[in-house]
Design a protein around this ligand. Structure first.
Ligand code: HPA
Ligand code: ZN
Length: 350
């Protein structure tokens, strides 16, 4: 049954939080380094003999107060210093996959970057092999599928992005797509036009962060210059009616991260978040956790808090879950299987 042909059965409002948690879903915007919980960070620091800036787990957690993206990125970068070996990357990814499984995530596409780690003297091979092994083990270990999206760091140069792509090429078959992350304002998508064109030639699927903090122009150029297939965040599109229409018409997915937006002060409160308006405008929005260890919740927490704040209903829940499978880079037969499981859960709640 196709998505549009499915009618959501009546579901009592008080059962909505349980439905949100039980509902099969895909997570498409999650930076694996942003899933490193303070406890695991301290354990890895001890294992690898790395000194942390904070004396305790609690003092580290207390530092997770951010006024904007850059303040977060600085702390996030410090946290990555504890990762040294293939095993570390494997363990970090498995810890996330276990949490995702508990949240009924059936498929995830994990962002990672190699430039952070090669900047600390690790090889790209160490990063990619560790993460890939976790993704390869995901079906047997966690009953889900997982793939990898390599992000260029946009505060670095085009030349460095080309170098990053080159280092990943021996691992071409372990990586589904290319993304663009890090400090957005001042680093527009067009800075990476040529390296995205090269990635497209190599057959990578393309996504980019755009319109998290920066204006709609960044979303237009991600679409028209980089020719991406999904926009990560994209919430600033609301300020441009023509862009909203374009996104809806093209069924261009947005991977929205409500708790991230709250923590980074993109919206003052969740009640002011625009994801409800995006859905009402016919945009293919999805809900994701971005950097859950830093932003106060994994994907189900994003769903339950956002639904409570905005008064969204079971129809919105179904649309968001269906959008997540629609927007993912899985093949048609797997998508159909996952959609079937989604509808079974909805039937079970009726
Ligand atoms: N935005 C941009 N870059 C990032 C983010 C984010 O939310 N998280 C990790 N890298
Ligand atoms: Zn992100």
């Amino acid at each position: 049954m196709t998505r549009s042909a499915y009618t959501v059965p009546p579901i009592a409002a008080e059962r909505l939080p349980d439905l949100l948690r039980a509902m099969p879903k895909a997570e498409l915007h999650m930076h694996i380094e942003g899933s490193l919980e303070p406890e695991q960070m301290f354990a890895l620091a001890a294992r690898n003999g790395v000194a942390l800036k904070y004396p305790s787990v609690q003092s580290l957690k207390d530092a997770y107060v951010f006024n904007n993206l850059q303040e977060f990125l600085d702390i996030y970068h410090d946290g990555t210093m504890v990762l040294k070996t293939e095993q570390d990357f494997y363990d970090m990814a498995c810890a996330y996959l276990a949490r995702a499984q508990a949240d009924n995530v059936l498929h995830t596409e994990l962002f990672f970057d190699t430039q952070t780690h090669t900047g600390h003297g690790l090889s790209a091979d160490t990063v990619i092999n560790g993460l890939y092994q976790a993704c390869a083990d995901a079906p047997a270990k966690f009953g889900m599928t997982a793939s990898l999206i390599l992000c260029f760091l946009r505060h670095l140069s085009e030349e460095e992005a080309f170098e990053c792509l080159e280092q990943a090429l021996p691992h071409r078959d372990k990586i589904v797509g290319i993304g663009l992350a890090s400090s957005e304002v001042g680093h527009p998508p067009e800075k990476f036009a040529r390296v995205y064109a090269r990635a497209r030639q190599l057959g990578f699927r393309l996504v980019a962060h755009a319109g998290e903090e920066a204006p709609p122009a960044y979303i237009w150029s991600a679409l028209d210059v980089l020719q991406v297939e999904r926009i990560d965040h994209g919430v600033q599109a609301i300020h441009d009616a023509a862009l909203m229409q374009r996104l809806a018409q093209d069924k261009m997915p947005l991977t929205v991260c409500p708790l991230s937006n709250l923590k980074l002060c993109v919206f003052p409160t969740l009640a002011q978040h625009n994801i409800g308006r995006m859905l009402d405008a016919g945009i293919c929005a999805t809900i994701n956790s971005d950097d859950p260890a830093y932003f106060g919740g994994y994907i189900n927490e994003n769903f339950t808090q956002t639904f409570a704040a905005l008064g969204l209903n079971a129809q919105h829940a179904y649309t968001l879950a269906a959008n997540s499978f629609e927007a993912s880079f899985i093949d048609a037969s797997l998508r159909q299987r996952y959609m079937h499981r989604l509808q079974e859960v909805f039937e079970g709640f009726s």
